[in-house]
Ligand binder design. Structure first.
Ligand SMILES: NC(=O)c1ccc[n+]([C@@H]2O[C@H](COP(=O)([O-])OP(=O)(O)OC[C@H]3O[C@@H](n4cnc5c(N)ncnc54)[C@H](OP(=O)(O)O)[C@@H]3O)[C@@H](O)[C@H]2O)c1
Length: 336
């Protein structure tokens, strides 16, 4: 009887210690994780672009370079001394960005006008020809398309569905297969490092009802980019998925900036300020959520309700139902 009581009390004590230890471990890892976000976003410097051959005649390739975030990647890479190959659909818009780059910075530019939704071999060949012989060290996979307005998956027009997958996924993969080998060769020959950035999104971080196809396409990029990061590590090429919440642009249809919605200029500045740091994406390899408010949002969602939770899904559904209702009302009032 005494032995049994002694055993029972030892077991209870062990369980109490285990619970306290587990609780303390959990609290310490959460606190350290949050400190890491704050350090990454507000204190620690990122990797310098000099590591990728800035100001040494090296080239960057930017897709979706004629507008929004891609135009800003182009300008900020040129400002740091990279020659830039600008890729996107509309030649006149590319020419206008080219004029702006050349009036401000002493770098070279090349234009490749191509419609990524066509997935055409001819266009891929044009890109391959344009970069042949160039010492390319940076690729920014920025081109992307979302739904014109939030829409139930079952009502998504086939063309919109196909365009999103073709532009965001197929074309991004094909372009990377063309540019990455050139980056690997340049990094090896010039004894420098290569960099491949791909634009992710909160739409891919959180399953997003009424943007289901876009959401899936960006989630695909998360896995693909992280896998590629592992493959290209030994070739001295850094691969990073860049996660963003809303940014003012034609795609987001938001014009006014706020604490949570930066301009493309502020957003891209945050990317280059914290290259190689994870920001809000602490638990994700080769991934960064660099803009300060996006980083805090990412971390809090991940560490409270969780990105795959029913709560997050329902909140997201409600938000996009209301955006859809407003968009439909606006469209109806325009028709009248
Ligand atoms: N804005 C946001 O709130 C936000 C948030 C998270 C992630 N992102 C991601 O960031 C990236 C850039 O978004 P953004 O807001 O800057 O978009 P944006 O302002 O609409 O600019 C899109 C760029 O891509 C080009 N483009 C569009 N369709 C194309 C096609 N079929 N073929 C070739 N080029 C094409 C456009 O060229 P043309 O002008 O010639 O068509 C333009 O240069 C996207 O991957 C997006 O998913 C954006």
């Amino acid at each position: 009887m005494t032995l049994a009581l002694e055993f029972e009390s030892k077991t209870v004590t062990a369980l109490v210690y285990l619970s306290v230890f587990t609780g303390a471990y959990k609290i310490i890892t959460v606190v350290l994780g949050y400190l890491s976000v704050l350090l990454d976003v507000f204190v620690l410097p990122g990797v310098s672009l000099n590591k990728y051959g800035a100001k040494k005649g090296h080239w960057a390739v930017v897709t979706g370079a004629s507008d929004g975030i891609g135009k800003e990647y182009t300008l900020q890479l040129a400002k740091r001394g990279f020659n830039v190959v600008l890729v996107s659909r509309t030649l006149s818009k590319l020419e206008s960005v080219q004029t702006e780059v050349q009036s401000k910075y002493n770098v070279e530019t090349k234009l490749v006008s191509f419609d990524a939704s066509l997935d055409s071999e001819e266009s891929y060949q044009e890109l391959a020809d344009a970069i042949a012989g160039l010492p390319v060290t940076v690729l920014v996979n920025n081109v992307g398309q979302s739904h014109s307005i939030p829409v139930p998956f079952l009502e998504t027009p086939i063309k919109e569905l196909k365009d999103i997958i073709t532009i965001n996924n197929t074309a991004t993969l094909r372009i990377t297969q063309i540019v990455a080998p050139v980056i690997v060769t340049t990094a090896r020959q010039k004894k420098t490092r290569g960099l491949i950035l791909t634009m992710g999104s909160f739409g891919g971080l959180l399953p997003t009802p009424l943007l289901a196809t876009y959401s899936g396409s960006k989630a695909f990029l998360q896995s693909w980019s992280s896998a590629l990061a592992g493959e290209l590590k030994s070739d001295n090429v850094d691969v990073e998925l860049v996660i963003s919440y809303l940014v003012t642009s034609a795609m987001s249809k938001i014009r006014r900036t706020s604490a949570s919605i930066p301009s493309p200029k502020a957003f891209v500045a945050s990317v280059f300020k914290s290259l190689g740091r994870r920001g809000g994406a602490q638990e994700r390899y080769a991934t960064s959520t660099p803009f300060w408010s996006h980083a805090l949002m990412h971390w809090w969602i991940e560490n409270t309700v969780g990105v795959y939770s029913a709560v997050a899904n329902t909140l997201n559904l409600n938000m996009h139902q209301s955006i859809r209702a407003r968009a439909l009302k606006k469209a109806a009032s325009k028709k009248e």
